[in-house]
Write a protein that binds this ligand. Structure first.
Ligand code: HEC
Length: 147
């Protein structure tokens, strides 16, 4: 009787996990499409003067102090409807796709890190990104011309 109840409970939890996976958007590629690509584009190209590109750009942030933290605190990321774990997965996917040169050294984002960073408001986003990109060697004029 007791064993049967356990089996039922186990089956129920398997059912829950399977159901969760079928929730629309509960897939890292799909989550990027639904929650990020509308602005940044599927290929991470961004929109000139409106949304910064991610392709060829996130790797620069990862190379300078404070860049990793900045990436988790920009409004589009911090305020995403995705929970910490799903957001961490999307951010790891962003790095894998748009900064493949970092693959060997990149420490994946964790839900814990995302949860901690996203709740610290980032004041002065533009100033912060300009400072970081300049630290990474990008010319101020190039930064201003693009976004
Ligand atoms: C409503 C449009 C919008 C959405 C949706 C959005 N972003 Fe952004 N994102 C921006 C803008 C605009 C910036 C530039 C910083 C700012 O001014 O907010 C930015 C900045 C960033 C940056 C830092 C790059 C830089 O140069 O500033 C990263 C990384 C990023 N977004 C990733 C994401 C990811 C991942 C998602 C999905 C979870 C996402 N964004 C959703 C508009 C958006």
């Amino acid at each position: 009787m007791r064993a049967a109840a356990l089996v039922v409970a186990a089956l129920a939890s398997v059912g829950t996990a399977a159901a969760l996976e079928r929730v629309p958007g509960d897939d890292v590629t799909q989550n990027y499409t639904l929650f990020c690509a509308g602005c940044h584009g599927q290929a991470g190209a961004g929109l000139p003067h409106k949304v910064p590109r991610l392709a060829g750009r996130v790797g620069l942030y990862l190379g300078v102090e404070g860049g990793r933290d900045f990436m988790l605190r920009v409004p589009g990321v911090a305020n995403s409807q995705l929970d910490d774990a799903r957001l961490a997965a999307v951010m790891n996917r962003v790095v894998a796709r748009f900064a493949p040169e970092r693959a060997a050294t990149f420490q994946p984002f964790t839900a814990l890190e995302v949860g901690e960073a996203r709740h610290r408001p980032l004041v002065g986003v533009e100033v912060a990104r300009t400072r970081l990109l300049q630290a990474a060697g990008v010319e101020a004029a190039a930064i201003a011309a693009e976004y």
